[in-house]
Write a protein that binds this ligand. Structure first.
Ligand SMILES: [Zn+2]
Length: 255
């Protein structure tokens, strides 16, 4: 990190991931939020924080592991899975925007709908997938992350939100999960992590069929990742994020 970055970060502290009251997690597909931040969400709920989910896309093409379910049948099943999974983590406010999976939507339309929904929820911090993660090759993750990155900062500007016909937020920060540039690590309990594992592998069965090779490999990855990030906070389990407060969200590359 540059000298400016070191000094800025020393003097103007980045807020802690758990410092906020109202959290919004935005996922491209119905299982992404749990994989990217499920253990943190379990912790936030235990702390009494307000947590909302927005799921942008309907997941209609996620049938690789469940070839018998297609189209609207799969969409309905995945909605049920997402609701079950959110309930397991303790989240009651889950909103489905219903855009088609696979990038078949107008990003401008997604932007308008997201802005209005964000205005209704009025979060202190919005989390989404990091669109700049170097290995990210899924169009939906890149598109949803980019839309969030473009509009997050502006949701607290009343005049701009008026143009969308949306309510302004009092947004204090943005957070990115599935990132390769984390700047914040959070210690979570073993119970939080196990809840995350259950939320993914006991609820999203269309994506991770029981005892499948994929489910085993992804669970192993999550266990190793949780241990690795937990160690950085002198714990046994953890998650990592890229957090940008309002100062670091704009014109400040060193943050
Ligand atoms: Zn996804």
């Amino acid at each position: 990190m540059s000298l400016t970055g070191v000094i800025v970060n020393k003097v103007i502290k980045l807020p802690k991931v758990t410092d906020f009251n109202s959290y919004l997690f935005v996922g491209p597909h119905p299982d992404d939020i749990e994989i990217g931040a499920g253990a943190l969400i379990s912790k936030l709920i235990r702390m009494g924080k307000k947590v909302s989910f927005i799921i942008c896309l309907d997941g209609r093409f996620g049938s690789v592991n469940c070839p018998l379910l297609t189209g609207m049948e799969l969409v309905k099943t995945r909605q049920k899975e997402a609701l079950q999974s959110a309930e397991m983590l303790g989240v009651k406010d889950v909103r489905f925007l219903g855009f088609s999976d696979g990038g078949f939507y107008d990003p401008k339309e997604l932007e308008r709908t997201l802005v209005k929904t964000i205005g209704e929820i009025g979060p202190d911090i919005i989390f989404g997938p990091d669109p700049d993660m170097r290995n990210e090759c899924h169009k939906d993750h890149i598109m949803v992350g980019e839309v969030l990155k473009r509009i997050g900062y502006l949701t607290s500007f009343t005049n701009i939100m008026d143009e969308y016909g949306a309510k302004a937020t009092d947004l204090k920060a943005m957070g990115f999960f599935m990132t390769d540039k984390p700047n914040s690590y959070v210690k979570v309990s073993k119970a939080d992590f196990e809840k995350q594992v259950k939320a993914v592998f006991e609820c999203h069965l269309t994506q991770y069929p029981k005892n499948s090779e994929l489910a085993k490999n992804v669970e192993l990855y999550m266990r190793v990742r949780s241990f690795d990030y937990g160690l950085r906070k002198f714990g046994t389990h953890g998650e990592c994020f890229r957090i940008l407060d309002s100062m670091r969200m704009h014109c400040l590359p060193e943050g």
